[in-house]
Design a protein around this ligand. Structure first.
Ligand SMILES: Nc1ncnc2c1ncn2[C@@H]1O[C@H](COP(=O)(O)OP(=O)(O)O)[C@@H](O)[C@H]1O
Ligand SMILES: [Mg+2]
Length: 216
């Protein structure tokens, strides 16, 4: 589902990723672990096409990133969901609108949208916030909205960048259980974190350790 070989990446003359190679099969769960500044966010951004792949090769959900056309990039983004470190929810829209949006743009039927959004919001304990505008939520609640929006489409691949960073321990562990449950339904998960407790919560997961831009 994700196949990376000899990927290197620089910002200007600062080499951020060095000769990174790894493969994640369909339905695998992997953590990308490493200290701040080690290149986790950069790698995730390359894998969903937000940064160009300039050296090496990477295939995500069947799309070879180096050769991707803009139409294929559009298709890639339908199969690959991303949870950004800074959530990027729409502040003036309600929780329901934010989570329903990706289903709405896919042309999903209204009754199915309502059903799926309700299930996902319940699993993330946001059922009391359905009609609340996101700007009125705490950081942790907004982060859960971002996760709900990412998983509601049942993506082939889920890339999550420190998704539990703003949550207290109980909520963070609960969120890991939600990811784990989605993974059991077949979504391949790659999750950046520097919290060993989150890693321990998913004993079947692989751990990719990244240090100074290299997988060690
Ligand atoms: N847009 C950017 N321009 C220049 N340097 C960047 C940019 N984004 C990240 N970097 C640098 O790349 C390195 C890796 O950053 P990042 O991928 O965000 O690491 P992590 O997510 O592991 O904390 C850091 O040294 C960071 O300063
Ligand atoms: Mg980061």
């Amino acid at each position: 589902m994700i196949d990376v070989t000899h990927l290197s990446f620089s910002f200007g003359n600062h080499l951020v990723l060095q000769d990174v190679s790894f493969t994640l099969g369909q339905g695998e769960f992997a953590f990308l672990m490493g200290p701040s500044g080690s290149g986790k966010t950069t790698l995730l951004r390359i894998l969903h096409g937000a940064l160009p792949l300039t050296r090496g090769k990477a295939t995500v959900a069947g799309f070879e990133l180096r050769k991707i056309t803009s139409w294929n990039r559009h298709l890639l983004r339908r199969m690959v969901s991303v949870v950004f470190q800074d959530f990027k929810v729409l502040p003036h829209r309600t929780v329901f609108d934010n989570v329903a949006l990706p289903l709405f743009v896919r042309g999903t039927a209204k009754d199915i949208i309502h059903k799926r959004v309700a299930v996902v919001l319940r699993s993330l304990h946001l059922e009391d916030k359905v009609q609340v505008r996101c700007e009125e939520l705490s950081g942790g609640e907004q982060q859960r909205v971002a996760v709900a929006r990412a998983i509601v489409v049942k993506p082939k691949v889920l890339l999550a960048d420190e998704p539990t960073g703003n949550l207290d321990r109980t909520l963070a562990l609960r969120m890991m259980d939600v990811f784990r449950q989605f993974n059991r339904f077949g979504t391949t998960v790659l999750l950046a974190t520097h919290n060993p407790e989150m890693v321990a919560r998913v004993p079947e997961a692989r751990v990719l350790n990244i240090q100074e831009g290299r997988i060690v």
